[in-house]
Structure formats: structure tokens, C-alpha cells
Design a protein around this ligand. Structure first.
Ligand code: PEP
Length: 248
């Protein structure tokens, strides 16, 4: 039985005070969600606040990115080992904004996935097609190469502790959401792709949908058999909307 998961990606948002207020509001509701996995992804600089507020709750926190290895001469970067010190259990890998704005390619993303696994951080691997790719009927081809490139680097067994988020790029931050049926087709494809490598991992892995999930569209998406939860951007920045998605 897969546990439902709702993850909030705060991106480069939040002040010190605002982050504390949001964390406190989530913390105050945590008992309602003991049957779910709720994870927040504040910016790096707000991770100590997340650790302070959430340590004695069931809510988890993670980072939006990491760099390879444990330490070294990589100015401006943060390693998985450093994230572990602040209690992170998860890390986002391959978010489309990293692929697009920071030119992270398939190889770097696979290396980052490996760095996460090496320090026992659970990677949430984000995959998904752009609008043009969807229009050219390339959705499955793109998702496949984004997943297979990681499997080739780390092996399917290392997906035992991973999560995959299907995030169509055309739906991220645009207000456009994939319909539950569109998202289900992509999720079923991902599960089948994994099943070709390992049936048991394919059955157990949590597959999240991301792309303009809001309080009013979450329930419909969560009814789909292969959608195990959501990775939420914009709507995770307000306690009320994030908690409503968690309730859905
Ligand atoms: C995201 O950035 O992962 C995301 C899904 O954003 P939004 O919910 O704002 O579309």
C-alpha cells in the first residue's frame, strides 16, 4: 500500500519571518496528517528553521537541490552530507527549473541522484515534457529518457528509496493543470516503465503529480489509481491552500 504524499516546493520564496509563520501553521496541523507523508522544501537558508519547527512532528523537510560529493572546492554549492546535518530526509532532483535555467543535463541529474542515494537522502526525481514536446507527441519518449538515464547510472534497485514526480513543464506555475486523465496516462506509463525493470519497485514507488495543483483540483487528481500525491509549488506558499491539498 503506497502512502499518500504531499510535498511543497517553496522555490526561491519566503522571508525568515514568513517561513517561520508558514512552518508553524503546518506544524499546528500535523496530527491531522499522520497517515500521510507531508514534506516541505524551503530554500537552503530556511532549512534550520524547518528543523527547529518540525523536528518533533511527522512532517518532513528537504532541499530543492544539492551538489555532487561530500565537500570540495565548489563555491556556492551545498552537499547532501550538509543537508543531512540539518535533518533533511528528501531532496528534489531534476526539477524542470534546474534543467531549464541552470542547464542541468541528463548526466548531471543522474549524478545528483546518485549523490543523494550515497548519503541516504531520498531523491524526488522530477520528470516531464514541455508544451512543444507534448504537441509533437514526445511525452513518453522524454519521460523515458529522463528516467532511464538515472537507472543506467544507479541501477533500478536504488529507486527503492526514491519518489518520482511527473511535472509537465507546461503546467508548472502556469495555472494550467493536466487533467486527471492526462496525468494518469503519464503516471501509468512511468509505472509500466519501472515494472519492466523491477515489478516490486514499480508497485511500491510513490508517483507524485506536479503542475498547478491547487486546493480545488487536488481531489480529482488524487482519485487516479497511479497518482499517489502531489508536488506543489505556488499553492504551498500559503498555509491554507497547502493544508487543503493535504486534506484532499
Ligand atoms: C513545482 O514547481 O514543482 C510546481 C509544481 O509548481 P506549481 O505548483 O506552482 O505549478
Amino acid at each position: 500500500m503506497r502512502k499518500p504524499m504531499v510535498a511543497g516546493n517553496w522555490k526561491m520564496n519566503g522571508t525568515r519571518e514568513g517561513a517561520a509563520v508558514l512552518l508553524q501553521a503546518i506544524k499546528n496541523s500535523h496530527q491531522k496528517f499522520s497517515d500521510k507523508e507531508i514534506v516541505v522544501f524551503p530554500s537552503f537558508i530556511h532549512l534550520p528553521l524547518a528543523e527547529k519547527e518540525l523536528s518533533n512532528t511527522d512532517i518532513q523537510w528537504g532541499a530543492q537541490n544539492l551538489y555532487l560529493g561530500k565537500s570540495g572546492a565548489f563555491t556556492g554549492e551545498i552537499s547532501g552530507a550538509m543537508l543531512k546535518e540539518y535533518g533533511c530526509r528528501y531532496v528534489l532532483i531534476g526539477h524542470s527549473e534546474r534543467r531549464l535555467h541552470f542547464h542541468e543535463d541528463l548526466n548531471l541529474i543522474a549524478e545528483k541522484f546518485k549523490s543523494a542515494i550515497d548519503v541516504k537522502l531520498k531523491p524526488i526525481l522530477c520528470v516531464g515534457e514541455t508544451k512543444t514536446q507534448r504537441e509533437k507527441n514526445e511525452t513518453e519518449k522524454i519521460i523515458k529518457e529522463q528516467i532511464i538515464s538515472v537507472i543506467e547510472k544507479v541501477g533500478i534497485k536504488n529507486f527503492e528509496e526514491a519518489v518520482i514526480a511527473y511535472e509537465p513543464v507546461w503546467a508548472i506555475g502556469t495555472g494550467l493543470t493536466a487533467t486527471p486523465a492526462q496525468a494518469q496516462i503519464a503516471h501509468a506509463f512511468i509505472r509500466k516503465l519501472l515494472a519492466e525493470q523491477n515489478e516490486s519497485i514499480a508497485t511500491k514507488i510513490q508517483l507524485l503529480y506536479g503542475g498547478s495543483v491547487k486546493a480545488d483540483n487536488a481531489a480529482g487528481l488524487f482519485l487516479m489509481p497511479d497518482i499517489d500525491g502531489a508536488l506543489v509549488g505556488g499553492a504551498s506558499l500559503e498555509a491554507e491552500s497547502f493544508l487543503k491539498i493535504c486534506e484532499a
